[in-house]
Design a binder for this molecule. Structure first.
Ligand SMILES: Cc1cc2nc3c(=O)[nH]c(=O)nc-3n(C[C@H](O)[C@H](O)[C@H](O)COP(=O)(O)OP(=O)(O)OC[C@H]3O[C@@H](n4cnc5c(N)ncnc54)[C@H](O)[C@@H]3O)c2cc1C
Length: 450
């Protein structure tokens, strides 16, 4: 296993040393929905947590990372008992070269000789994006990782803000999904920042932050529009009509004072039932295009993060702006200037860039760039992932797993996003079965090549 940091429990989200205060975006029950074993593991470790009922909790991500690291270590021990050695190689995979006939050579930073492989599982997580030109080294430019991944990052932010005159101590957050919610929670929770902060301005195309606190009436919500669409069956059921019905139901739920977390289960179940009835072409249309509306409508965060934003709003220091960002530039005042598509400019001591991850064509991940440039893999129609066959292979022997499968729509696989542990768990089992199949079927051939 090759990983930049030698991680065995997950990368950016769950890496060793991640701050205890950073939370999972899903409850324990949601993460365990496909049986990865998180709940059982928590019960086993209840002396640490001293809690018996975990399902509804949103736990620190470090706990999930510990679970995954433990799972990896146990698996490695089981394999060792069968004579299979598991090596963890710390380094960045830079390129993959198919070897004559079969197999690959993988160049890894810091290792002189390329590794040889019969089969590869490519699972680099979400693809890193380059900072906008001219701001990467600016002290006020923060990625989600810089804002939340380093201890004491809030002390640096406080120093930056204190250097500005009172009334100009503004931070701007770009985007309003999971990463933005987390940045706002970190800012809101810091006593050092609280002393010097004038305003947090959140700029996003929705102009709203995700709900996290249940707020609605106790009565269950009924998805009238989605139910009617499926029952009446008038006209062709299209992706656009399905998303239209979803939007109508979510908007009606808001007028009835429900939050998305109150209605999420009911809405998702109705949506899934109707999605199955779409034609393959319409399913593909959803995976390529309309998924973005679905994600915006269903967006949620953890209750503590939602409360942090609510506390900031109650103190009059949170402003939501609905706009599209056109660029970020250094400003003459030493601050950063955020250009909006309507021509407006916002200046801020710090800008937190939480606009999401790169498409395959824009990523700075050297391995993915090399594979695409060399023709070993190619971006799928959506641009968010790679073209794969029914076994999830980008090329014979090269399997893809995790977020790089976004945009796959074929057979029974309709994957609009795969930043989801429960779904990865199911697909990983499928890939593992195929790997085992290939290795056992081809034992002689592979042995000869070694
Ligand atoms: C703030 C946050 C909260 C989240 N909360 C949840 C949640 O509650 N529930 C949920 O289901 N999901 C959640 N996720 C999403 C979850 O983290 C991902 O779905 C999951 O980690 C993807 O697993 P992966 O193994 O594909 O990628 P990762 O866990 O990202 O691992 C990929 C690894 O590959 C390494 N890597 C990349 N390129 C190379 C290279 N060229 N060479 C060597 N190594 C490389 C990376 O450094 C990383 O360590 C969250 C994500 C974030 C950021």
């Amino acid at each position: 296993m090759v990983d930049r940091m030698g991680e065995t429990g997950g990368g950016d989200a769950f890496g060793t040393g991640i701050a205890q205060t950073l939370l999972l975006n899903d409850s324990v029950a949601t993460i365990d929905a496909t049986g990865i074993g998180f709940t059982a593991w928590l019960h086993e470790h209840r002396t640490d947590l001293d809690l018996g009922r975990f399902g509804h909790l949103f736990l620190p991500r470090r706990v999930f990372g510990d679970f995954m690291r433990d799972r990896f270590a146990r698996t490695a021990r089981r394999l060792a008992a069968c004579g299979v050695v598991v090596h963890v190689v710390k380094g960045e995979a830079r390129s993959v070269l198919p070897t004559a006939g079969h197999g690959f050579r993988v160049a890894v930073s810091g290792i002189a000789e390329p590794l040889t492989a019969d089969l590869i599982v490519l699972a680099p997580g979400c693809l890193d994006t380059a900072a906008p030109p001219g701001v990467a080294a600016h002290p006020g430019y923060y990625t989600h990782g810089r804002a939340c991944g380093l201890p004491d990052s809030d002390v640096d932010m406080a120093r930056l803000l204190a250097g500005r005159p009172v009334g100009c101590r503004r931070v701007v957050v770009l985007g309003s999904a999971a990463a933005a919610s987390e940045v706002i929670a970190v800012v809101a929770a810091s006593p050092a920042v609280a002393q010097v902060l004038d305003e947090v301005m959140v700029v996003s195309t929705t102009g709203r932050l995700p709900d996290g606190q249940p707020t609605g009436p106790d009565a269950p919500f009924t998805c009238r529009s989605l139910v009617r669409l499926r029952r009446d069956g008038a006209g062709e059921l299209t992706s656009a009509r399905l998303v239209g019905a979803l939007r109508a139901d979510v908007e009606r739920s808001r007028t009835q004072e429900y939050a998305i977390v109150d209605v999420e289960r009911a809405v998702a179940a109705e949506f899934t039932a109707s999605f199955r009835l779409l034609t393959p072409a319409q399913k593909r249309r959803f995976v390529d295009v309309d998924y973005a509306d679905y994600q915006r409508l269903m967006r949620h965060t953890s209750p503590p993060y939602a409360s942090a934003a609510a506390r900031l709003a109650a103190s009059g220091r949170l402003r939501l702006v609905r706009a599209r960002v056109a660029g970020i530039d250094p400003a003459p005042s030493g601050e950063l200037a955020v250009r909006l598509s309507d021509g407006a400019r916002l200046t801020a001591a710090a800008v937190f860039d939480c606009r999401g991850f790169a498409d395959v064509g824009q990523t700075i991940n050297p391995l993915v760039r090399d594979m695409v440039a060399g023709g070993l893999a190619r971006p799928n129609r959506s641009g968010r992932g790679l073209v794969v066959d029914e076994h999830l292979q980008a090329a014979p022997g090269l399997f893809v797993m995790g977020p790089l499968l976004a945009g796959t729509s074929q057979g029974d696989d309709h994957i609009w996003s795969l930043k989801n542990v429960a779904r990865i768990h199911v697909l990983a089992a499928r890939v593992a079965a195929r790997l085992s199949d290939l290795l056992t079927r081809d034992t002689v051939g592979i042995g000869e090549r070694r």
